[in-house]
Design a protein around this ligand. Structure first.
Ligand code: CP
Ligand code: NVA
Length: 319
């Protein structure tokens, strides 16, 4: 049977997300209580990074370890991938030695080609086009704080990048709305975003209008990895697309602020917002760990039911 991959948000259905969010809550509760849950003993995750990372590497590596398995870090610099070994050949070899693969790379086409030649599930740890693991954690975080996301409004302020595209796909799968405001010339490209065109997003030239009445305001860096050559131009073009206190006031009183991180205070977000009361960025980052553990469990074991874990004893710091 062909393996199940997670290459973009729409690769899973609404019902599968509901299951994964439920499992995320359960897995998180076990972690917080220092209860051991190791269903992935003997399983190995290969993590291939062609771009830098703090959160993605750490959450997958720690998560795999906590589930009883092992994670191996590979990067382009130290592997034959950096010397031009075809991605199809690398996929054949790597997927014969491990049980699951996570890749962070440039074009989506690279990960699609890898997955097409892989015997095991492949997870997108960020491409130029998408960042599904991020939005998996973000939506879990929203649900934790505010309940179901269905019918809610998310305001996206800034670049129509990989994170934005993934929010737009998520809106179609989970039936919520996205208000997008980008500077002229940086508008959403529905085909690149991989949208079905179900009318779940609206574009605003004025970011304040986009934020109006939103349940969640979110943004990301003005210059993503791989686009550094455009940095100077982008600094000018995005100047008016900063999420600041005024913009948060335009949103609902109960609105949350999220950012996938790393953030640049004074550029895409004001310090008062990211460090303010509506910001849930640290919970959001932590939830990468819990949500991805549920994703690994789902891709490797299918839809498992809750299990009674073993409680460990001894003194611990509060997780
Ligand atoms: N948000 C995110 O993916 O962070 P890293 O680039 O540190 O992995
Ligand atoms: N859009 C950013 C996200 C980093 C986690 C980038 O691709 O660099």
């Amino acid at each position: 049977m062909a393996p199940r991959h997670y290459l973009q948000f729409r690769d899973l259905s609404r019902l599968e997300y509901e299951h994964i969010f439920e499992r995320t809550g359960w897995i998180k509760a076990q972690f917080k209580a220092y209860k051991t849950y190791q269903p992935l003993a003997d399983r190995t995750l290969a993590m291939i990074f062609e771009k830098q990372s703090t959160r993605t590497r750490l959450s997958f590596e720690a998560g795999m370890h906590q589930l009883g398995g092992t994670a191996i870090y590979l990067n382009t610099r130290d592997t034959q991938l950096g010397r031009g070994e075809p991605v199809e050949d690398a996929a054949q070899v790597i997927s014969r030695m491990v049980d699951i693969v996570m890749i962070r790379t440039f074009e989506q086409d690279i990960i699609e080609r890898f997955a097409g030649h892989s015997r095991v599930p492949v997870i997108n740890g960020l491409t130029n086009e998408y960042h599904p693991c991020q939005i998996l954690a973000d939506i879990y975080t929203f649900i934790e704080h505010r309940g179901p996301i269905r019918g809610r409004t998310v305001a996206w302020i800034g670049d129509s990048n990989n994170v934005c595209n993934t929010w737009l796909q998520a809106a179609e799968v989970l039936d919520f709305n996205v208000h997008v405001s980008t500077p002229p010339g940086y508008e959403v490209e529905p085909e690149r975003a991989g949208l079905y065109g179900t009318g779940h997003f609206e574009e605003f030239s004025d970011p304040m209008q986009a934020a109006r009445g939103a349940d969640l305001v979110t943004t990301d860096v003005w210059t993503s990895m791989g686009f550094e050559a455009e940095n100077e131009e982008r600094q000018r073009d995005f100047e008016d697309w900063q999420v600041d206190a005024d913009m948060m006031r335009a949103a609902k009183k109960s609105a949350l602020f999220m950012h996938c991180l790393p953030a640049h205070r004074g550029e895409e977000v004001a310090a008062a917002v990211i460090d303010g009361a509506q910001s849930v960025v640290w919970e959001e980052a932590e939830n990468r760990l819990h949500a991805q553990k549920a994703l690994l469990e789902f891709l490797l074991l299918g839809a498992v039911e809750a299990r009674a874990p073993r409680r460990t004893t001894g003194k611990r710091v509060k997780r």
